[in-house]
Design a protein. Structure first.
Length: 225
């Protein structure tokens, strides 16, 4: 997982906040990133990044309110975007967050583990939501497969994934390492193969179905979803 420094925009005066954030982001080398902590939803900033720095940053929310919004922003090699590139990056990001939560649970640091798990849940559920609302319909429209086919299987597996994540969070709240490990085992039993099928079938399939402009538009919708 990319190591991210924290940029707390709440500590920056409003009149210079945007410039300070952009200065920090522009200083990032490819592969470097920050966790941006904002006092409100940074939708305007994210749209600005896509418009003025096309293809330069990947980003995804860690938490969204009500008191603070945390976004993971990582500099990438500028160039055309792909569905595979963005969503596989988000898979890796989420895997890294779960690794941190697991280490904290094993160290009996349950409050911190619960906080990290909340970020994992927010990110994974958001990932699922943008797939079901944006990506899968694009695949189904072009293949004609809605009730049968790979996306139908993915939707069913998403239900199992969400249930396992909720059980992991409950185990962390109860400070039960046995229940945590059991629920995590059930999650990985579905998630590992699920992600592999997405990265080998769904994502490249959509990339191949779209021309360059349409692909860019779709990825931007996923980023802002």
């Amino acid at each position: 997982m990319t190591i991210l420094s924290v940029l707390d925009a709440r500590q920056i005066p409003h009149e210079v906040r945007l410039d300070a954030i952009l200065q920090k982001l522009n200083s990032l080398k490819t592969g470097e990133g920050v966790v941006l902590v904002a006092p409100h939803a940074p939708d305007q900033l994210m749209r600005k990044l896509l418009k003025e720095f096309p293809g330069r940053y990947d980003f995804s929310p860690g938490s969204r309110g009500p008191e603070a919004w945390r976004y993971h922003i990582v500099a990438r090699q500028a160039g055309p975007r792909t569905v595979s590139g963005y969503l596989a990056w988000d898979h890796d990001r989420l895997d890294g967050i779960m690794e941190i939560a697991t280490k904290l649970a094993e160290q009996d640091q349950w409050p911190r583990a619960a906080n990290v798990l909340a970020e994992f849940k927010e990110g994974l559920f958001r990932h699922i939501d943008i797939e079901e609302a944006i990506l899968f319909p694009a695949f189904e429209e072009r293949t004609g497969m809605r009730d049968v086919g790979p996306t139908a299987v993915m939707r069913l597996e998403h239900v199992d994934i969400k249930e396992a994540v909720n059980d992991i969070a409950a185990a962390a709240k109860a400070k039960s390492l046995d229940d945590f490990e059991s629920a995590k085992g059930r999650l990985l039993g579905v998630l590992v193969e699920h992600n592999m099928k997405e990265e080998q079938v769904i994502y490249p399939g959509v990339d191949q179905m779209l021309d360059g402009a349409s692909r860019e538009q779709l990825v931007e919708k996923l980023l802002l979803g």
